[in-house]
Design a protein around this ligand. Structure first.
Ligand code: ASP
Length: 349
């Protein structure tokens, strides 16, 4: 057997429920060794694939995920890039959408699949959703056209029956197996008896360009959700924090916010200092249109820019990524107005 002719996938186990086991004394879920994961999924051996694995030691709950670990993931993928057809990252569901978004910006010119998956029930539990998620993710990570090009050269999340673009995805359910949604972009594949790819919606990779990894982030950003009764002193303290570089402003509906003069003035002072403020909606579906209502126009006047139909996870990580590259506020504003990795839908002009 010539092993190198077989599809090859690198499994990267970061932690999360999928690789957890119940402590018989406390009942709490604790991480176990990755070797046990393979023991619990003997089906992996039946794949006619070369499957190698790498595990974070210790495995982490994804609540502890952070930019240095995103950089570690990029390093692992970059180091192994030429040796595998695709990559599957096993990750806790809580911050999976942040990691998927971050990786989509960090892996420039990606032309192989990077599929994140996890589970709601540990893989050792009888009714686990982890086995199917893992097995289908591996199949998608290895899927190629007859000419050898990957079918899904993107960072994606696969969960339950949906393959979703990573930077369009949000966790929406803490209990159900069907825990992720992409509200503003169609699924890249739906999985039932067959894996049905939505070919037109999958990003086209340029296989001539080498994959270019990025590692830098500046996490001096904040998410500010507005609500009726929001207080001036609190907003002021946030916007005047010494190291603040960017704000994801979660507004109402199509991008509307209170018109109170103190609020608009604080935003204006912040943008004039070079702080980037990006407007996204608290509604998961739809697009920010700041010219639609007067309340949105006030934000535009204050120097706030549109986040279009982006998820909070993608705007936050894109800002951290751009700030990490030491771009000027003008350059960052320009980059926020274009799609780097399919993360926003730009309105037709
Ligand atoms: N708390 C876990 C995590 O995100 C939940 C999960 O794995 O789904 O790591």
């Amino acid at each position: 057997m010539i092993k190198s002719n077989y599809p090859s996938v690198l499994l990267i186990y970061t932690g999360g429920t999928i690789g957890m086991i119940e402590n018989p004394e406390t009942g709490a879920l604790e991480a176990f060794n990755f070797d046990q994961l393979q023991e619990n999924v003997p089906e992996l051996k039946r794949f006619n694939y070369r499957i190698a694995s790498y595990q974070f030691t210790p495995p982490i709950d994804s609540s502890d995920m952070e930019p240095s670990l995103w950089a570690k993931l990029v390093k692992i993928i970059h180091y192994n890039y030429d040796n595998f057809d695709g990559f599957v990252i096993l990750h806790g569901t809580d911050t999976m959408a942040y990691t998927a978004s971050a990786l989509s910006f960090m892996l420039e010119n990606l032309n192989k699949p990077v599929i994140l998956t996890g589970s709601q029930l540990p893989i050792g539990v009888l009714r686990t959703d982890g086995k199917e998620n893992l097995i289908t993710s591996i199949e998608i990570a290895a899927a190629k056209y007859p000419n050898g090009q990957a079918i899904v050269p993107e960072v994606c999340i696969f969960f339950e029956n949906l393959l979703l673009r990573g930077n369009r995805t949000t966790k929406i359910n803490a209990e159900n197996f069907n825990a992720f949604r992409s509200f503003n972009y169609p699924a890249l594949a739906t999985v039932g008896i067959h894996i049905k790819y939505n070919y037109d919606k999958i990003r086209k990779a340029d296989s001539h360009l080498p994959m270019h990894p990025h590692y830098v982030f500046n996490p001096n950003v904040i998410i500010l959700t507005i609500f009726p009764g929001i207080q001036e002193t609190i907003v002021k303290n946030i916007l005047q924090s010494p190291n603040l570089k960017a704000v994801v402003l979660k507004t109402y509906g199509s991008g509307n916010a209170p018109q109170k003069p103190w609020f608009i003035q604080l935003l204006k002072e912040a943008t004039q200092k070079g702080i980037i403020i990006v407007n996204i909606s608290q509604c998961p579906t739809g697009m920010v249109e700041m010219r639609r209502y007067e309340t949105g126009l006030h934000l535009l006047d204050a120097g706030v820019i549109s986040g279009y139909d982006a998820t909070v996870e993608s705007v936050l990580t894109k800002l951290m990524f751009l700030l990490g590259h030491d771009l000027t506020p003008k350059e960052i504003r320009r980059e926020m107005n274009r799609s780097i990795a399919g993360e926003i839908t730009l309105p037709e002009l």
